[in-house]
Write a protein that binds this ligand. Structure first.
Ligand code: HEM
Length: 229
């Protein structure tokens, strides 16, 4: 058995099995642990800028990945006009850099703000490190191996589909440069650690907010100030 089989067939199946089984198990056994364990009350300013940039950037980048995976032909047709290809590539890269800036702010906050440090677990550090590898390698792939939105549809759309249909086509990924392989292998690491970490909060948004009762927040302090004026 060679390394490509281990990393692009066996590892994805192990990772996706852990992702599905442990996530379902955790939501049934400990439903109230599905949370981001917000640290907003400990520090808010850096969290605001870091979180907004990271989340908006990464959600839009992943939406782009999803479109290339689900409607590859439409993406190829879109890219047939050079101006549209450049626009898509520049937008993807810009969003990647935006999410990287946000992630760096979040890492800086975890490392420098004492109160946030205290509530940071080893798993938080692992998640941040894995996210950094994903985002940095993604941005480097987009910069060094141009027109990824074009070749993604010919390489990764069929490869990921072949995994889902249990007919893994390893020949599609085996010849790729190591940086692109690192990006993919690390994303399966993220999937495997997902159910053990605060990343599970992804499943709380926005569905939970649609069905939960209203939460009414009263700012007592402000009311008292107004009353004394
Ligand atoms: C196995 C799943 C994935 C594959 C096959 C994949 C593949 C790729 C490819 C080919 C590119 C270059 C796109 C371009 O040049 O336009 C890219 C870019 C990128 N990827 Fe991924 N990726 C995957 C999952 C992820 C995940 C889970 C994240 C984040 C947690 C991520 C973050 C990024 C970022 C930030 C970029 C740069 C922005 C962009 O050009 O779109 N990727 N990815």
């Amino acid at each position: 058995m060679d390394w490509n089989t281990i990393f692009f067939v066996i590892w994805p199946y192990i990772s996706l099995t852990i992702f599905v089984v442990v996530t379902v198990y955790r939501s049934i056994i400990r439903p109230f642990s599905i949370s981001s364990l917000s640290s907003q009350l400990l520090e808010n300013k850096q969290l605001y800028w870091g979180s907004i940039s990271f989340h908006y950037g990464i959600v839009l980048v992943l939406l782009g990945h999803l479109l290339a995976l689900l409607i590859p032909r439409s993406v190829v047709l879109w890219n047939a006009v050079p101006l549209r290809l450049y626009l898509l590539e520049i937008t993807g890269l810009g969003l990647g850099l935006w999410s990287l800036a946000g992630l760096l702010i979040l890492v800086f906050r975890r490392v420098t703000v004492r109160r946030v440090q205290v509530v940071t677990t080893p798993m938080d550090a692992v998640v941040l490190a894995a996210l950094l590898v994903s985002v940095i390698s993604g941005v480097l792939v987009a910069t060094l191996y141009r027109f990824g939105s074009y070749w993604f549809t010919g390489v990764f759309s069929p490869y990921l589909l072949s995994l889902v249909t249990f007919t893994p086509q390893i020949g599609l990924v085996a010849p790729l440069p190591w940086l692109i392989k690192l990006h993919v292998i690390n994303n399966f690491v993220l999937a495997a650690i997902f159910p053990f970490s605060r990343l599970v909060h992804i499943f709380t948004y926005p569905i939970g907010y649609l069905i939960r009762p209203w939460q009414i927040v009263l700012w007592n302090r402000k009311i008292r100030t107004q009353n004394t004026q």
